[in-house]
Design a protein around this ligand. Sequence first.
Ligand code: HEC
Ligand code: HEC
Length: 441
Amino acid sequence: MHSTHRPSSVPRQPSSRGQPGRSEVLANSVAAHISLAPAWLLVILVLADGPMARAGHRHASALQTLSFPVAVQDTLSGHVLWPAQGAARRNASVSQLSTPLNHNLFIPRAVWRPETFPIGSPRLWYTMARQRGGTRRLARLPALVPVPADNPTTPARVALGKMLFFDPRLSGDNRLSCASCHRPDKAFTDGLVASPGAGGKRLTRNTPSCLNVGYYGNLFWDGRATSLEQQALAPLRSTAEMNQPLAELEIELNRLPGYVAAFQQAFNRPPDRQGVARALAAFQRTLVTGPSPFVRFLRGDKTAISADAQAGFELFRGEAGCIRCHHGPLLSDGKFYRLGVSFRDAGRAQVSGHRKDRFRFRTPSLHQIAETGPYMHDGSMKTLEDVVTFYYRGIPDNGPDGLPPDTKALRGQSFSEIPLLIAFLKSLTGKAPTVSPPRLP
Ligand code: HEC
Ligand code: HEC
């Protein structure tokens, strides 16, 4: 199995300048990375929300997607930067890429780093560097969701994770499921400023979406979890959220034959907390959105977004400087900033213990942003207009501790730009997977 599923070699693209460049060196290291990967990395299957019967087909496309690093090489050479399919058209050696990329497969972390998926020509980067946005790059979501080595995504784990996600028996009083707050019909948020948690008591932070969470390095507004496996048990345990002691949960699940069978199939052992965490993580890794109009625009369809949205994009990466923090595939750099939205929640400082991190929160992704209001860590901004207006005039000069926020209000910019930025933000909504509640055991 080891050798049959591994491609004999990763095709290399000759450097177009006739000499080995940075791109080739990188490609070689990528190729080495790939050939070192155990075979299971290459055959991981993830079923989005589709019938299991398509597993075989997905398997085939998984192997085709292996030529992906070649497109990275091409990308880094600075010639063809967007999208991978564009590279395929120009380069026979990566012709396999012309098959649609599967959104749900593994790619090593080193390969999908935002820096490796730049868009635009080198000249565009220089132009951008001169503007306020700096040299930050945008990118599409990588075709493959990163998966930790100890939790390969399998159809059985995804199916189990989905049941757990929707099961209110996971909470202490059997009333709340993950899906009560992360509702599939509301882009996996609940549209509330703050959700009612255990006993109906409101939480203090706004519920973020679970869409595309598989791509985040830091989870939660303060980044206190660094993997979905680690994240999953937090709301269960939290007395404010689901208030479910894990030992009790294990006993409950072991009493339900349907779950015992599902855990057996997914993990080859009876229900336990680690399995719960892994299954929930595996399910959430399938919650990936399709290309938004903006992504189609970047791929060359100039009519995919309105003229206003295009002007908004120019502001976003130029004078308004949003791209400084909102960049990379998620339109988030995954780092923590103090914007001065409010000074009640210490944010990142609760995790790091550093005074300088007080009131800092993780830059959120902007995918599907039109559907995930209200906004900000405390849900204090109802509309996108509130958010953009805040960036233009609302950011305070100083916090109560005398320290300034990490960015300044755009006082020199005109209010007339606000609708343009909003039009751009609205172009970031792609097709979300349709997830309907499964039958519970
Ligand atoms: C009572 C409402 C509620 C329930 C129930 C709930 N969540 Fe959440 N979820 C939240 C809130 C609020 C946050 C943000 C908390 C924070 O950042 O401190 C969050 C954050 C998350 C995140 C991080 C998203 C990001 O952008 O970093 C994930 C993933 C997540 N929840 C998944 C789950 C899963 C899985 C379950 C079920 C085991 C669950 N949630 C149950 C309200 C809820
Ligand atoms: C200094 C980094 C930084 C810059 C520059 C920046 N943002 Fe943000 N953005 C953040 C952080 C951090 C948050 C979350 C803040 C909070 O909740 O307190 C955020 C939140 C948002 C949200 C709400 C997301 C949600 O899910 O609630 C939107 C929309 C947004 N930013 C758009 C923009 C736009 C448009 C610009 C340019 C005008 C911009 N950002 C500039 C870091 C930044």
